[in-house]
Design a protein around this ligand. Structure first.
Ligand code: ADP
Ligand code: MG
Length: 396
C-alpha cells in the first residue's frame, strides 16, 4: 500500500504547499543549532522546483504561546535563512501565515520561487484543526505535499484539514514521509525473520502499547534501560535503588506472561553508587544489585548476548537506550547495541527521541538502515495506529 507522492503530482506551473518539519533545535540566541531537518526536506523541495513548480513552505517551530510579545524566538526567519543557504537561492520569508503579507507573496510567486510562511502554530486554528483557518491556508496554493513525518500523529489543521481542501489528485506525501512509511511497512507487515525488537528507555508504561503490538510480530524482545528494573521487581528480584515504576508491576507481569520465551532481560548489570558521573561502578549478575546501588546500564555479558542476537537477525527495530547513555560511564550498553545494529546485515531501524540521539552521537546514523525523524509518530506507528494525516492522502 503506497501513497500518492510528490512524484505523482504534475507540479509544473503549480504552487505547492509543502508541510515540512522545520522544528529544529535552536541555540540560546535563536539560531539553527542543527539543520538536519532542513537538509532532510531538500529532495522533496528540489523535486518540485526542478519540475517547474513553486514552493509555499509551512512548519511549526517549538511551542509558541500565542502571545506575539514572547513568541519572537519561534519565528521562522533563521530557518528560512538557513534553507536559502542550503538550497542556493533566495527564499522569501513572510511575517504571517495566512495574513496579507502571506497572500501577497504567494500570489506573486513565480515558478521556481520559494515562500516560507510564519510559524503555523502562531495561529490558534492550527492546533484546533479549524476548517476556516485551513481553507485560508489551502487557498494560497494549488497542491499539497506532506513531508512532516514527525507531526503525522497530530490532527492539526496543516496536517489534516488543509489537505482535505485539495482535490484528491493534488495531495501527496514527500520523500521523507515515503521513506518512513516504507520502513514501517517492513517493521509491521513484511519483516524478514528472525525479527528482533530491542526496547529500553525510561518507562514500561510509555512503551506498553508498542511492546504489546510488536510481541505479536517479533521472534525476540530484548529489554534494557530503566524499564529492566520494573520487570525484575515484578519477578521479585532485588533492584536496589534502581529507577522503577512501582505502580506498574502488574503491567510488567502481564507483559512477561504474554511474551513467554520471547523476552530477554539482562543477565548482568552495570551498577553505580549514585546515578551520576564520577560514581563508583561495578558489574553484578542478574539478581545481585545490592541495597542502595543503582542499575545504570546493561552489563557487558548482556551487551555481548544482545549484540550476537542482533547480528543474526533479519530485521531489528530499536527504541529506548540501554542505560543512562548521556553519562559516558553508563553508555557502553547503548553503544554496543548501536554498533551491533550498524554491523548487522538485517534491516535495522531506530526511533525515539533519545534513541535517535544516541545513534547520532555515536556517529552510526548512516550505518543503520533507518533513523526515524519522528519520535512520537514512530512509536505510535509501532503501536499500530493509523494517522488521519495519512488517511487523507490517497493510495497510489
Ligand atoms: P526514547 O526517547 O528513545 O523513546 P525514553 O524517553 O524512553 O527513550 O528514555 C530515554 C531515557 O532513559 C534516557 O534519557 C536515559 O538516560 C534514561 N535511562 C535509560 N536507562 C536508564 C537507567 N538504567 N537509569 C536511569 N535512566 C535511564
Ligand atoms: Mg524520550
Amino acid at each position: 500500500m503506497s501513497k500518492q507522492s510528490v512524484r505523482d503530482i504534475d507540479v509544473a506551473g503549480q504552487k505547492v504547499l509543502v508541510r515540512v518539519d522545520f522544528n529544529v533545535p535552536q541555540t540560546s540566541d535563536g539560531q539553527v543549532a542543527d539543520d538536519r531537518r532542513i537538509r532532510g526536506a531538500l529532495p522533496t523541495l528540489k523535486a518540485v522546483l526542478d519540475r517547474g513548480g513553486s514552493l509555499i513552505l509551512v512548519s511549526h517551530l517549538g511551542r509558541p504561546s500565542g502571545d506575539p510579545a514572547t513568541d519572537a524566538p519561534f519565528r521562522l526567519d533563521p530557518v528560512a535563512a538557513r534553507l536559502g543557504e542550503l538550497i542556493g537561492q533566495p527564499v522569501k520569508k513572510v511575517g504571517d501565515t495566512i495574513g496579507p503579507e502571506a497572500q501577497a507573496a504567494c500570489s506573486a510567486l513565480q515558478p521556481g520561487g520559494i515562500v516560507v510562511l510564519e510559524n503555523v502554530r502562531f495561529n490558534k486554528g492550527e492546533k484546533k484543526g479549524d476548517p476556516a483557518f485551513a481553507a485560508k491556508l489551502a487557498g494560497l496554493a494549488d497542491c499539497y505535499v506532506n513531508d512532516a513525518f514527525g507531526t503525522c500523529h497530530r490532527d492539526e489543521a496543516s496536517m489534516v484539514a488543509v489537505p482535505e481542501q485539495f482535490p484528491a489528485d493534488r495531495r501527496g506525501i514527500g520523500f521523507l514521509v515515503e521513506k518512513e512509511l516504507e520502513i514501517l511497512d517492513t517493521l509491521l507487515r513484511f519483516p524478514k525473520h528472525p525479527y528482533v525488537a530491542v526496547m529500553g528507555g525510561a518507562k514500561v508504561s510509555d512503551k506498553i502499547l508498542v511492546i504489546e503490538n510488536l510481541l505479536k510480530k517479533v521472534d525476540r524482545l530484548l529489554i534494557g534501560g530503566a524499564m529492566t528494573y520494573t520487570f525484575l521487581a515484578a519477578q521479585g528480584v532485588p533492584i536496589g535503588s534502581s529507577r522503577v515504576e512501582a505502580d506498574k508491576l502488574d503491567l510488567a507481569r502481564h507483559v512477561l506472561e504474554m511474551a513467554g520465551e520471547k523476552i530477554a532481560l539482562p543477565s548482568d548489570h552495570l551498577i553505580a553508587d549514585k546515578p551520576a558521573a564520577r560514581a563508583q561502578t561495578r558489574v553484578v549478575g542478574r539478581a545481585e544489585i545490592p541495597d542502595g546501588w543503582f542499575g545504570m546500564d546493561i552489563g557487558p555479558t548482556t551487551a555481548a548476548e544482545y549484540a550476537a542476537i542482533i547480528k543474526q537477525a533479519g530485521t531489528v527495530v530499536w527504541n529506548g537506550p540501554m542505560g543512562m547513555f548521556e553519562v559516558e560511564a553508563f553508555a557502553a550498553g547503548t553503544r554496543a547495541v548501536a554498533e551491533a545494529m550498524a554491523a548487522s546485515p538485517a534491516v535495522t531501524a531506530v526511533g525515539g527521541g533519545e534513541s535517535a540521539e544516541a545513534v547520532e552521537k555515536f556517529g552510526l546514523a548512516e550505518k543503520v538502515s533507518h533513523v526515524s525523524t519522528g519520535g512520537g509518530a514512530f512509536l505510535e506507528s509501532l503501536e499500530g495506529k493509523a494517522f488521519n494525516s495519512l488517511k487523507v492522502i490517497p493510495d497510489r
